[in-house]
Ligand binder design. Structure first.
Ligand code: ZN
Length: 458
């Protein structure tokens, strides 16, 4: 059949004679007046150039699920049409998936081959979770949809005689930004999700502030946050996906700080920088464990076991046995073995005379031993109660040139300072002004003036 495979949307309304059954059902659905439903389905990623004319098309093919339902309805009594959907599993090929959904192997392979031939999808870059839907007629593959990425669907339909037609359905995505800001009532997570952010944006926000703020203990009622992140909308203005967090700010009792996402052109390392161009990333993390409560602080105390008053050289975090313990910074493991009252004990040596130590562990991370290099945030062990311990907790110590210091009060060396590279600082200030412009467009000034009085608006 003759068809502009890049543009089934234009082709569909004029067809009829030579179209495959799959395409006929697309036409039928369009004719049924489901255009409004279809508009929202025509999403795709940016930068995909093979969709000329998509925007001009009045009627677009729907995803196969809708197609198949319609096909079943309109064909009435006739050949048995079934449809099946599934997701690509780890180590499964796309042909494997389509076969698993019921298509004969040779038909699955031939249908997918048209996709690869036209370079509509790269078979070496398929991720687990990729969704495919098949339409089978009397055990034979008639049509196939592959959801290549959010908003980009690939359609393959049987043209008869072992021939297949493939088409990519794209909508033009426009990049925009969403800005959300609100007082923190329960948690940043809850508030941000309510306002439309996704998990990824919240995770990025939390990791940006992980060096400065302890979210378990240092967020108070009345504190507020602001996030700006990328969004992608289709031609109907419907959000298709969200992207990077570009701005993160926290206004609270513990600290008030804002970070801008920026990639210096000299090293290409994306990071979050404050208004002075200082990286949010710090030499050491403030707490090397998540979700724990401080059960004993650094300083003099009466030891629970010995009964003597003496210096408690670390901070205790109460947490269930098995909670992962992270390397607070990049460094080399100096000790990973039992050590008296410390029980299972790890010491990591960092740059500039710093060391961190982790006691009472139930076990070590697999492969961890003295001499091993670790990166900040690597799991090095798990909470336990080994040695002189009254219950599961992490006893965490920081030493500077051999002297124990209070990790919670530590003024930590920061990561990169752009001021040391004037060119990069200049680049950063341009990007910062852009982001501040986006914030202003989205009403940042209003929110900053009276954050707690104004109800948040996404
Ligand atoms: Zn302790």
């Amino acid at each position: 059949m003759e068809q502009d495979t890049q543009n089934p949307a234009v082709e569909a309304p004029v067809a009829g004679r030579t179209l495959s059954r799959g395409m006929k059902s697309l036409v039928a659905l369009g004719a049924l007046g489901a255009v409004s439903v279809l508009v929202g389905l025509m999403a795709t990623g940016p930068g995909i150039s093979n969709a000329p004319g998509t925007a001009e098309a009045a009627i677009a093919p729907p995803p196969l699920a809708a197609t198949l339902l319609t096909a079943t309805e309109i064909t009435g009594p006739g050949p048995a049409v079934t449809h099946e959907a599934g997701r690509l599993q780890r180590r499964e090929t796309l042909t494997g998936l389509v076969t698993r959904l019921g298509a004969p192997t040779d038909e699955a392979a031939a249908a997918l081959h048209t996709l690869y031939d036209q370079e509509l999808i790269d078979p070496r870059r398929l991720l687990p979770g990729l969704e495919a839907e098949v339409m089978l007629e009397e055990g034979h593959l008639r049509a196939l949809t592959v959801k290549a990425e959010p908003g980009r669907n690939l359609f393959i339909t049987s043209a008869g005689g072992g021939k297949w037609t493939a088409a990519a359905l794209n909508a033009r995505l426009s990049e925009n930004h969403a800005r959300i800001a609100a007082p923190i009532e329960t948690s940043i997570y809850d508030a941000a999700l309510q306002l439309g952010a996704g998990d990824q944006q919240v995770v990025d926000f939390a990791s940006t502030f992980a060096y400065d703020v302890d979210f378990q203990r240092e967020i108070h009622p009345g504190d507020s946050f602001e996030m700006v992140y990328e969004t992608y909308t289709d031609e109907a203005g419907k959000p298709v996906k969200s992207g990077n967090l570009v701005y993160a700010a926290l206004k609270g009792q513990a600290l008030t700080r804002a970070f801008y996402r920026f990639t210096p052109s000299d090293d290409g390392e994306t990071d979050y920088f404050d208004e002075n161009g200082e990286s949010a990333t710090k030499f050491l993390m403030k707490t090397p464990i998540n979700g724990a409560r401080i059960s004993s602080s650094f300083g003099n105390r009466r030891h629970p076991i010995s009964g003597y008053t003496r210096l408690h050289k670390g901070t205790d975090f109460a947490a269930p046995t098995g909670t992962p313990v992270y390397a607070a910074g990049n460094g080399t493991v100096e000790w990973a073995a039992r050590k008296g009252g410390y029980g299972n004990y790890i010491v990591v040596k960092h740059a500039n005379g710093y060391k961190t130590a982790y006691a009472h562990l139930s076990r070590y991370a697999r492969g961890l031993k003295s001499g091993k290099r670790v990166r900040q945030g690597d799991t090095i062990g798990y909470v336990g109660s080994t040695g002189a311990s009254t219950g599961p907790h992490l006893h965490y110590e920081v030493y500077i040139k051999g002297a124990p210091v209070n990790a919670m009060k530590l003024k930590l060396p920061t990561g990169r300072k752009l001021a040391e590279s004037p060119d990069m600082l200049a680049e950063f200030l341009i990007r910062k002004a852009e982001i501040d412009g986006i914030r202003a467009d989205k009403g940042a000034a209003l929110m900053t003036v009276a954050l707690s009085e104004n109800p948040p608006s996404p």
